[in-house]
Design a protein around this ligand. Structure first.
Ligand SMILES: NC(=O)c1ccc[n+]([C@@H]2O[C@H](COP(=O)([O-])OP(=O)(O)OC[C@H]3O[C@@H](n4cnc5c(N)ncnc54)[C@H](OP(=O)(O)O)[C@@H]3O)[C@@H](O)[C@H]2O)c1
Length: 332
């Protein structure tokens, strides 16, 4: 039987440096805690008052009161701000990036100011630009991990990524709850395809010390994902009630939800079993709750290497154009 992987099974991370995106709440904040309590220096990459987030975390979780936690301003809703955040990273060493931040249920019709569908922008393109800027440091690490938080929602995009739909106003058929789910699913499919292609390209260049994987955290009803329903004209008690019922019936608590990305970022299995470019998911114990994480075999459209290459080309072009328009340099 596969052994449990509990917070105390996370290896000692003293001396390692990590970045976690989306650290203000939900899975990101829990991930910061799980890494920091094992001695990792963690940069909290996100928006708003992260100094306060750090102070609140240290107060609420005394086991990280003396941890090395630092803010890094990052806004993934634009390519240029995401790329600039990587340039501002002050660390001289970087071992772990957990690209956890995400949005879902964005019902706006207009695309981002740089012209991209919002889920694709925040969940994929922003992280693509951010991680590209961090790669030179990651490559220098003795053993680096990149984990991109994906989701079973990739299954909503069985027809793959509709690239033509990403650069214009959202089609009315892709608005509302189901439409948002499809566009969110498309961005989560992008997360799984991206890790395959990034890993392939690193190996092609002879870079063997960087392990890139996607992590599906499972269902965690207690996070803020999806907002409060007001974007669909729903009274606020509806999503709150749905979350409570959903949380009680299925899924994991916050810590259980964060464990899979922490496993992918720290477990020895990744190196010992040479786990690269994979889709990793949690497994439940007999009594419910998180037990361990394992490599899963996703549906074929999440293993489509041609689609992954196309995604890469579209992403490079997007970053190059946005950076040129902003008068910045391009990709390394
Ligand atoms: N909860 C689940 O059941 C579930 C299931 C599968 C996958 N996931 C994935 O897990 C990840 C974390 O989600 P969560 O459930 O913890 O949701 P959450 O509580 O809503 O947290 C999302 C985090 O992402 C940040 N974020 C959003 N837009 C951003 C932007 N433009 N720039 C920088 N940061 C931004 C948010 O910060 P702000 O306060 O600045 O918005 C917040 O810290 C997501 O990638 C999600 O797709 C979650």
């Amino acid at each position: 039987m596969t052994p449990k992987f509990l917070p105390d099974d996370v290896p000692n991370l003293t001396g390692k440096v990590a970045i976690v995106t989306g650290p203000k709440r939900g899975l990101g904040l829990e991930t910061v805690h799980l890494l920091a309590r094992r001695g990792c220096t963690v940069y909290l990459a996100g928006r708003g008052d992260l100094v306060q987030t750090i102070a609140d975390l240290k107060k609420a979780r005394p086991d990280v009161a003396n941890a090395e936690l630092y803010p890094l301003e990052l806004d993934l809703s634009s390519i240029t701000t995401a790329a600039a955040a990587a340039d501002r990273f002050p660390g001289e060493r970087l071992d772990i990036v957990i690209a956890n931040a995400g949005i879902s249920m964005n019902n706006s019709v207009a695309p981002s100011p740089e012209g991209w569908e919002h889920h694709f922008q925040t969940n994929h393109l922003g992280h693509f630009a951010f991680i590209e800027g961090l790669l030179p440091l990651l490559v220098e690490s003795p053993e680096a991990r990149i984990v991109v938080t994906s989701s079973e929602a990739y299954k909503f995009a069985t027809k793959g990524i509709d690239f033509d739909s990403l650069r214009k106003d959202v089609d009315p058929s892709l608005l509302g709850l189901m439409g948002c789910m499809k566009r969110y699913g498309q961005s989560k499919l992008a997360n799984t395809l991206y890790v395959r292609e990034l890993q392939r390209r690193l190996l092609e260049k002879g870079v063997k010390n960087v392990y890139v994987n996607a992590a599906n955290p499972g269902v965690i009803a207690s996070t803020g994902l999806g907002g409060d329903g007001s974007q669909f004209g729903l009274p606020k008690f509806v999503p709150v009630a749905l979350r409570k019922v959903g949380g009680a019936l299925i899924g994991f608590n916050l810590q259980g939800g964060a464990m899979t990305q922490v496993w992918a970022a720290t477990a020895r299995n990744i190196v010992d079993e040479d786990i690269r470019g994979q889709y990793i998911m949690p497994a439940m114990g007999w009594s419910g709750g998180y037990h361990h994480s394992k490599v899963a075999d996703p549906l074929d459209h999440a293993k489509d290497d041609e689609a992954a290459k196309k995604l890469w080309e579209v992403s490079v072009k997007a970053v190059t154009e946005a950076e040129a328009k902003a008068g910045h340099g391009g990709l390394n």
